[in-house]
Design a protein around this ligand. Structure first.
Ligand code: BES
Ligand code: MN
Ligand code: ZN
Length: 507
């Protein structure tokens, strides 16, 4: 298997652009930006930049690209990549992250390994934010999904990024390291989600969690089918019983000595390594995409690793139920009744609504392990894609301030999300004649009724569910986002943990 990503070194420089020792300089350019603050730039480009702007070839429109050589001998770099950054007044750290990705991808296409990124001041971005998101961006640009291609393509990885930040703010180096870690583990999550169902079975997924977590200093425990049965996790076992592959339940623990007392953030992720739909089988078209149905689990594993690597001073546990959803001879059937570890009974209406089942037992288990705050991530419903599309994840939960904390973390991280209602009225959709409730509320409000199912398993803890069905996989390439796995959720979860002082109130 080919390497899918590497993590470049990142360092700060305060040197003038001319003295940055790199193959190529990445320069964000705003709309109506005269660039006069960039000393020597016009001469360095031999007037090319001015001419490109005069003929309207490059205007500073968001993500437009202009590449030119450096003409004067006084500069160490030999090439310049100008990346459109849009109006300066509208610039945000989210835009800067994407501008850095666009610049990094352009550099790799030009077979360049050492880049300089020239941060340019804008009212909406602090120097510390800039350092973090530029580091994230160059790391995110260093990913390639063609893991199983055998032809001998020359692929170039960025090895080093020098980031010019003029101001003398404290915390720049820590921000660079944070960004680098977030980029690295977002890429790691993309690798896992990109892995086919035949190579990433539940057992292999658990081994990968063990390897990734242990290397970062997380304690990882893998529960096999016997232990899952001893815990009476009838929902997880019910989904797994149609498969030849046994299920796993992975528990990850980050318990630093300096942790804030009384707070345990539990991250729960859906880990369906392949979702055929089971007996309620899915149509053939696009079923291949269901290899990514473990993206929530991948995000949890990789976020836990990043949290440990960054020594975030908060106790966190990760819980990832792993299984295939297959239509085997012993598979759960519509009409069957399963009993959860908590004791609640579920009438299976549709075996394709399997994610909520495995999460039900996992959320209950997170509470048994002492969680005080719950967040779950799951590629849970097609209905969420209908509601919010491919760019925005759905947020569901209670109480509202906790949902808002998660939304703010996702906004900081560039993972867009938006809150959805979970009014009690929707609970009627899940009424069963024979059991406590059903596992499917039908087409109407499908993302909401799925969330209400999960709510049955969260007790009275603050809880947020993030439906990443639309956002985990990019169907279309964008300037800042190649097709394929996105790594959504990793940065949101780490940002949430980093921000614990603002939301936790130790009892
Ligand atoms: N993994 C799917 C959800 C999904 C669909 C993710 C499309 C990404 C793209 C989930 O297990 C599922 O099949 N959900 C069903 C629920 C229904 C049967 C109530 C759905 O959304 O159709
Ligand atoms: Mn399904
Ligand atoms: Zn699924």
């Amino acid at each position: 298997m080919r390497t899918a990503y590497t993590t470049p070194d990142v360092a700060r420089t305060a040197r003038p652009a001319a003295e940055i020792d790199a193959d190529l300089l990445i320069l964000p350019v705003f709309a109506e930006d005269d660039l006069t603050d960039e000393t020597g730039l016009h001469q360095a480009s031999g007037g090319e930049i001015d001419r490109a702007r005069a003929r309207g070839e490059f205007t500073g429109k968001l993500f437009d690209l202009f590449v030119t050589g450096v003409a004067t001998t006084g500069w160490k770099a030999s090439r310049l990549v100008l990346v459109g950054a849009g109006p300066r007044a509208e610039f945000t750290s989210d835009r800067l992250r994407r501008v850095a990705i666009v610049g990094g991808l352009a550099a790799r296409q030009r077979h360049v390994t050492r880049v300089g990124v020239l941060h340019r001041a804008a009212p909406g971005v602090t120097d510390v934010q800039a350092a973090q998101v530029i580091a994230e961006g160059v790391c995110l640009a260093n990913y390639d999904g063609g893991s199983y291609k055998t032809e001998d393509a020359t692929r170039v990885w960025l090895e080093r990024a020098e980031i010019r930040i003029a101001g003398g703010a404290d915390g720049i180096d820590a921000a660079l390291e944070r960004g680098r870690t977030l980029g690295e583990f977002s890429n790691q999550a993309r690798v896992l989600a990109n892995e086919p169902g035949n190579t990433l079975t539940p057992r292999v997924f658990a081994e990968r969690a063990m390897a990734i977590g242990s290397a970062a200093g997380v304690q990882v425990e893998v529960l096999d089918e016997t232990r899952i049965a001893a815990l009476k996790m009838g929902l997880l076992l019910g989904v797994a019983q149609g498969s030849q592959e046994p299920p796993r339940l992975v528990v990850l623990r980050h318990e630093p000595a300096d942790a804030a007392p009384g707070v345990v953030l539990a991250l729960v992720g859906k880990g369906i390594t392949f979702d055929t739909g089971g007996i309620s089988i899915k149509p053939a078209e696009n079923m291949d995409k269901m290899k990514d149905d473990m993206s929530g689990g991948a995000a949890v594993i990789c976020a836990m690793a990043a949290i440990a690597r960054l020594n975030v001073p908060i106790r966190c546990i990760g819980v990832v139920p792993m299984t295939e959803n297959m239509p085997g001879g012993r598979a759960v059937k519509p009409g069957d009744v399963l009993q959860s570890a908590e004791g609640k009974t579920v009438e299976i209406i549709n075996t394709d609504a399997e994610g909520r089942l495995v999460l039900g037992d996992a959320l209950w288990y997170a509470r048994q392990l002492g969680a005080t705050h719950l967040v779950d991530l799951a590629t849970l419903t097609g209905a969420c894609v209908v509601a919010l599309g491919k760019t925005t994840s759905g947020l569901f939960g209670t109480p509202a301030p906790w949902v808002e904390q998660v939304r703010l973390a996702s906004e900081r991280s560039g993972d867009r999300s938006w809150p959805m209602p979970i009014f009690d009225d929707y609970k009627d959709h899940l009424k069963s004649e024979i059991a406590d409730f059903t596992n499917s509320g039908g087409r109407a409000a499908g993302a909401i009724t799925a969330a209400l199912f999960l709510k049955e398993f969260v007790g009275d803890l603050p809880w947020v569910h993030m439906d990443i069905a639309g956002t985990a996989w990019a169907e279309e390439a964008k300037a800042y986002q190649p097709k394929g796995a996105t790594g959504v959720g990793v940065r949101t979860l780490v940002e949430l943990a980093l921000d614990a002082p603002s939301w936790s109130n130790p009892r």
